[in-house]
Design a protein around this ligand. Sequence first.
Ligand SMILES: *[C@@H]1O[C@H](CO)[C@@H](O)[C@H](O)[C@H]1NC(C)=O
Ligand SMILES: *[C@@H]1O[C@H](CO)[C@@H](O)[C@H](O)[C@H]1NC(C)=O
Ligand SMILES: *[C@@H]1O[C@H](CO)[C@@H](O)[C@H](O)[C@H]1NC(C)=O
Ligand SMILES: *[C@@H]1O[C@H](CO)[C@@H](O)[C@H](O)[C@H]1NC(C)=O
Length: 272
Amino acid sequence: MYSQGVQISNLTLMNSPSWNVHPVYSSNVVVQGITILAPVTSPNTDGINPDSCTNTRIEDCYIVSGDDCIAVKSGWDEYGIKFGMPTKQLLIRRLTCISPFSAVIALGSEMSGGIEDVRAEDITGINSESAVRIKTAVGRGNYVKDIYVRRMTMKTMKMVFWMAGNYGSHPDNEYDPNAIPVIQNINFRDVVAENVTMAARLEGIPGHPFTGICISNATIELTKKPKKIQWNCTEIAGVSSDVTPKPCNLLKDLGSQNTCNFPEDDFPIVKF
Ligand SMILES: *[C@@H]1O[C@H](CO)[C@@H](O)[C@H](O)[C@H]1NC(C)=O
Ligand SMILES: *[C@@H]1O[C@H](CO)[C@@H](O)[C@H](O)[C@H]1NC(C)=O
Ligand SMILES: *[C@@H]1O[C@H](CO)[C@@H](O)[C@H](O)[C@H]1NC(C)=O
Ligand SMILES: *[C@@H]1O[C@H](CO)[C@@H](O)[C@H](O)[C@H]1NC(C)=O
């Protein structure tokens, strides 16, 4: 906690009873070459949880978890809003994840300080519940915005894309029902997945849709017994291009060869 300039490299962490690597209120953090192994049936064994951190790089990690391989956080409901420290400038690259009951990368659910400027690339997910998952709820406040993901390769997933504004889970009953989280500018491109049960479940908050969702060049091959409805979208808005199976109408088809953004400048942590 409250550290600047942290490097965690080349370790194997096994059988933690809870989150494995959890930098909090810190900046300039590098986590690289880490192997994390937890029994996939053990709950709450997230791999790496950057929590209210600035300028973090996570690379070349192999994680087997009973929960999310990486879970990005920034405080919970009224406490997180009051503290007001976002996670931002986070780079995740060359991650391999096995997480049958959770996400490869989760954003939230505790995101009340805000989550912004996250980039993930060259991500491999095998036997995971979902690839990138946004979890939030009324009462969380703040935002998840400017998220960029490219080059994800996945095999055996329940859902590739999953966003939910009804995650619930509050620390107490004092949360502010008017603290509506804003979810916007979420970009995915160059995604290949096979043996998938459902392409996407995208559920915004009634009256407060998640906006600026972009998915391009995504090829999702289905299992032998896929869900009948592949895209279940409510209270979201965005665009798509070159995505199979065909996305919901709320992701307006821009026609072929439109590419979702991925910023080309580097975060300062790339050179750190
Ligand atoms: C971690 O291991 C890699 C590969 O062996 C090596 O190149 C790198 O220098 C190591 N990092 C540290 C901090 O020792
Ligand atoms: C689409 O994504 C695949 C997988 O990452 C990649 O190999 C291919 O070059 C991409 N196509 C375009 C037009 O960018
Ligand atoms: C495909 O996914 C199903 C679960 O939906 C799993 O039981 C099966 O083993 C997977 N097949 C392959 C070839 O990985
Ligand atoms: C789609 O999602 C809504 C909630 O957003 C849910 O009530 C409905 O049952 C889902 N439909 C299918 C076919 O999964």
